[in-house]
Write a protein that binds this ligand. Structure first.
Ligand code: ATP
Ligand code: MG
Length: 473
């Protein structure tokens, strides 16, 4: 597969700060947030004109699932567009709340856990050929997913590691420290069909959102929510490269780990990358060693088969630089590009200036603020403005992606359908594979090929319908 369909789902943490003013529960705040969505789409689960999905599940974590993308710039711009869309919703909700006498402030965090210890996710979706044996693929991929935090962890201040049981997870320092990953401590299994109850690394639920005889959708639910565009580039780019190698039959199965859950925590809490992990074949290897192996394989593979897209050299280069930084313990070469290193640099400078240790409440606060998606208030956004965090797409790309679906996938059809139906005042229903006008259910258009960018059936359906007098607002 030369191009791969990819999508990322982000669940946002929500907080309402209301010192001295009337309180609201998180559910009530989420309802305010989604009020314009419900007014627009008559549901809190809608597909929007950029082909993506906005969703408020039971509970209070608003979710944005990007449209299907097939290039890294599309995916990263469409994911970042989710932050823009959420920020617009926050602005509208704040206005409405003020009118209703609620004077507090809404915070939305693109992170992975709240102060009560609930974890929420950043789920990646990758299209696979059904012919690739899924079990073999997952087993080969898991050691990579466990150790890729070295280049794509979002970093975490661990003020109190005593809640992580040292007996079942040896090697985790008891003193306050900085870790690679926020999500790692919440992972409970290697592979499973559950996303929440047992929180695996790969979710096996078989919902391809495509022709099931040809395709499968891989659902990776172990990732940290990244703020940095360059970190996202290396995260999605390197995972896609691993998948290509596994699909091509490169033997990577020998690296299976004895205890995946123990290993992911051990890796997260060891910034040197050198603590050794026990493999199923009895050998021991460090996270750094494993990643260096994977990178070597990827380089050889690309030398032999050629780069399948123009950004492969950038992916390999940042992957290599991140591993070199961990190996030398000199993070200065990646500290504007990799989330954990951007954080680490800033927190260390801050801590030195104020004489703080990793257990300081102020550092925990900064660690939350890093993920605050507000463009003016959020720490990551502030660091970006100062040039301390690198960009990989532009503001214009992100604004464009907030309104327009990726042009290279069937999301373009969905976007066009939604826009046209609304302009013509026609009631419609869509999901990842279907589009229908509610008055004409028998003519439901099904697009099982996620790469399809034209559909005569859809054009025909839209043409058949006369315009209504009033467009849907
Ligand atoms: N065939 C496909 N291959 C890979 N990714 C896909 C495919 N079809 C859709 N996607 C992507 O998968 C994601 C699906 O998001 P959605 O939140 O609906 O996930 P889900 O896991 O099916 O459902 P839920 O979150 O309700 O459990 C989107 O980001 C979308 O772009
Ligand atoms: Mg989802």
């Amino acid at each position: 597969m030369d191009r791969r369909i990819m999508g990322v789902e982000t669940e946002f943490g929500i907080h309402y700060s209301h010192p001295g003013t009337k309180p609201l529960t998180p559910e009530e705040v989420a309802r305010y947030l989604f009020r314009p969505v419900v007014e627009w789409g008559r549901s809190s689960n809608v597909f929007i004109p950029n082909g993506s999905r906005l969703y408020l599940d039971v509970g209070s974590h608003p979710e944005y699932a990007t449209a299907e993308c097939s290039t890294l710039p599309e995916l990263i711009a469409t994911d970042k567009a989710g932050e823009l869309i959420m920020n617009r919703l926050v602005a509208q909700a704040q206005e409405q709340m003020r009118e209703d006498g609620f004077e507090g402030t809404i915070y939305l965090y693109k992170n992975n856990a709240d102060s009560q210890g609930n974890s929420f996710g950043s789920h990646e979706n990758y299209l696979l050929q059904r012919s690739t044996e899924f079990r073999r693929l997952s087993e080969s991929l898991i050691p990579f997913l466990i150790t890729r935090q070295l280049m794509c962890g979002s970093g975490a201040v661990i003020a109190d590691s005593t809640r992580i049981n040292p007996d079942s997870h040896p090697g985790i320092p008891e003193t306050p420290h900085f870790a690679f990953s926020h999500r790692a401590d919440y992972v409970q299994e290697g592979i499973s069909s559950s996303t929440t109850r047992s929180r695996p690394i790969i979710n096996t639920r078989d919902e391809p959102h495509a022709d099931a005889s040809q395709y499968r959708r891989l659902h990776v639910i172990v990732g940290d929510s990244n703020m940095s565009e360059t970190t996202q580039m290396v995260r999605f780019g390197s995972t896609d490269l691993m998948l290509r190698m596994i699909e091509a039959g490169v033997p990577l199965k020998d690296f299976q780990l004895d205890h995946p859950v123990q290993a992911i925590r051990q890796v997260s809490h060891d910034l040197t990358g050198t603590a050794t992990l026990r493999l199923r074949n009895g050998r021991r290897m460090s996270a750094l060693h494993l990643q260096e192996h994977f990178l070597d394989h990827a380089r050889t593979f690309i030398d032999r088969h050629g780069a399948h897209h123009e950004h492969v050299p950038a992916v390999l280069e940042l992957w290599e630089r991140a591993l070199a930084a961990v190996r030398t313990q000199d993070f200065s070469d990646i500290d504007t590009e990799i989330d954990w290193a951007i954080k680490h640099r800033f927190y260390q400078q801050y801590a030195a200036r104020h004489g703080l240790g990793w257990d300081a409440a102020r550092l925990a606060q900064l660690d939350l603020s890093y993920h605050d998606i507000d463009p003016d208030r959020g720490l990551f956004n502030l660091l970006t403005r100062r040039g301390a965090a690198a960009r990989w797409v532009t503001d214009a790309d992100i604004e464009y992606a907030a309104e327009n679906a990726p042009a290279s996938t069937r999301a373009a059809l969905r976007g066009h359908f939604i826009r046209t139906a609304r302009e013509r005042g026609l009631e419609y229903t869509v999901d990842w594979t279907h589009m229908k006008l509610n008055d004409k259910p028998i003519c439901t258009v099904m697009v099982k090929d996620p790469f399809a960018v034209t559909s005569d059936q859809m054009e025909h359906l839209l043409e058949c319908f006369p315009r209504c007098a009033t467009p849907l607002e």
